[in-house]
Design a protein around this ligand. Structure first.
Ligand code: ATP
Length: 321
């Protein structure tokens, strides 16, 4: 049945005759398989002599995007798709422990226990977001792991720009913001030995359609559909994987420097007044970042404090951003 879907993805129309020839089965057998796919929920139209046409809508099953990928590694290993998962990060961690290659990923329509940073929850309703996690086995030192979060934020911002969505900003360290609202969160979980990253799981929750934002967060969170006609999720994913692959290569070669300009140009934190919420809470001005990605915040006494991603939340003084 997967072969049939692959064929339908590659051409607008595919006749029953061509399919039966390519698959080496009778036309009646092809028809039966098409019926079975329809029962699974695939919208396959029969257009007389022209043949069958698949209207895939906004589906994200890998069969629909594997052939449009322009990457070499990311998305070209094990792609795990399920309608419902507890957490894509949990799924990818399991895949990592089972030995899946870097570049493997998991994605789903809904997460029942989506995870955010610092043990928080990421709400991930059915069909309204791009909920996925990527397995990376980068050639980086453990101390460089937070930089992968920046790489991810840059890659997703560039992918959205490629899809015509302008004005995406990055709130240090890991949130994407559009018109002052959080549209995307990133969760980077690392497994290291003494001097090398063993693997890294990079979860991304992108709010695409209305219904993705929990009501109680309406004042500070949004989705793409609040601002535009959202692109298809699989097109965003394909662009994101390509951008991510390029930025990760630069990161492995040049460290933060390789993506610094992309990050800085989109930062809504640098230069702003911020409140740093952690074991100690204080206010100040986000002056700069160092080469490890730490935020340098000048507090009220004029002391520059080095703030590490992972330990704290950073908010605007006047509101969320
Ligand atoms: P914050 O935005 O509070 O600084 P964070 O960056 O520390 O969050 P994340 O892991 O990005 O942490 O996100 C977790 C938080 O995001 C949750 O505590 C919740 O407030 C919020 N959240 C949960 N689900 C969504 C969603 N679908 N869209 C936007 N925000 C969400």
């Amino acid at each position: 049945m997967r072969r049939i879907l692959e064929m339908l993805c590659k051409s607008e129309y595919m006749s029953g005759e061509d399919m039966s020839r390519e698959l080496g089965m009778t036309r009646a057998a092809v028809w039966k398989k098409i019926e079975a796919l329809r029962l699974e929920g695939w919208n396959i139209e029969s257009a007389g002599k022209r043949g069958y046409h698949l209207d895939a809508g906004d589906h994200i099953d890998p069969v629909l995007w594997e052939h449009i990928l322009k990457t070499e590694i990311l998305g070209r290993q094990t792609n795990f798709y399920a309608y419902s998962l507890d957490s894509t990060n949990r799924q990818v961690k399991q895949m990592a422990m089972e030995g899946c290659a870097g570049g493997s990923l998991a994605l789903c329509e809904e997460q029942t226990a989506g995870k955010g940073r610092l043990g928080r929850k990421w709400v991930s309703g059915p069909g309204v977001g791009l909920w996925h996690s990527l397995l990376l086995r980068p050639d980086l030192k453990p101390a460089q792991a937070p930089l992968v979060t920046f790489a991810c934020a840059c890659a997703m911002a560039l992918a959205l720009e490629k899809q015509g969505i302008t004005g995406v900003r990055i709130k240090w360290p890991n949130d994407l913001i559009l018109s002052g609202k959080k549209i995307c969160g990133i969760l980077n979980e690392v497994s290291c030995d003494m001097d090398q990253i063993e693997y890294l799981v990079l979860g991304v929750g992108l709010n695409v359609r209305k219904g993705s934002v929990p009501e109680e967060l309406n004042d500070r969170a949004g989705c793409l559909e609040d601002f535009c006609l959202p692109p298809r999720r699989r097109d965003i994913l394909a662009d994101y994987l390509l951008e991510m692959e390029t930025i990760m290569r630069q990161l492995e070669l040049d460290g933060f420097e390789g993506m610094e300009k992309i990050y800085r140009d989109r930062s809504c934190t640098l230069g702003s007044r911020v409140r740093v919420i952690g074991s100690e809470t204080f206010e100040g001005t986000a002056k700069d970042m160092d080469e490890t990605g730490a935020l340098l915040v000048e507090d009220e006494e004029g002391i520059v404090r080095r703030v590490l991603a992972g330990d704290v939340s950073v908010r605007g003084v006047m509101g969320y951003v």
